[in-house]
Design a protein around this ligand. Structure first.
Ligand code: FES
Length: 110
C-alpha cells in the first residue's frame, strides 16, 4: 500500500480525499477504483477517448505541466468544455512530487 494521496472533486461537486495510493497509478484508475463520478476511462487509459478529462487545480499545474501533442489532440475533441488547465486523467501518473494533487472532474462534452 502506497502513501500518496489525491483530492478529486467529482461532477456532482462531491470532494473525494483518497489516500494509500501507489506511485505509477493514473488519476483515471484512481477515480474509477474509488467511485469518483464523471470519470469513465472508456479506452482503458490509451489516450483515445477523453472520458477521463479533469481540470488540474492551478496550484498544481506547474508540476503537472502541459499535455503532449497526442493528448492535446484528444482534448480538442472536448473543446467545448476544455480549459487552459485541462488534462486527461489517464495521462497523469502519480509520483511523489504530485502527492496531494487536487483535480476536478470536467463535465461531459456535448
Ligand atoms: S481513459 Fe481514454 S483518454 Fe484517458
Amino acid at each position: 500500500m502506497g502513501n500518496l494521496k489525491v483530492t478529486m472533486t467529482d461532477v456532482n461537486g462531491t470532494v473525494h480525499a483518497i489516500g494509500n495510493l501507489n506511485e505509477g497509478e493514473s488519476l483515471m484508475e484512481i477515480a474509477k477504483a474509488n467511485g469518483v463520478e464523471g470519470i469513465f476511462g472508456d479506452c482503458g487509459g490509451g489516450c483515445a477517448c477523453a472520458t477521463c478529462h479533469v481540470y488540474v487545480d492551478q496550484a498544481w499545474w506547474p508540476k503537472v505541466g502541459e499535455p503532449d501533442d497526442i493528448e492535446g489532440a484528444m482534448l480538442d475533441m472536448v473543446a467545448d468544455v476544455q480549459r487552459p488547465n485541462s488534462r486527461l486523467g489517464c495521462q497523469i501518473k502519480l509520483r511523489p512530487e504530485l502527492d496531494g494533487i487536487s483535480v476536478t472532474v470536467a463535465p461531459t462534452s456535448n
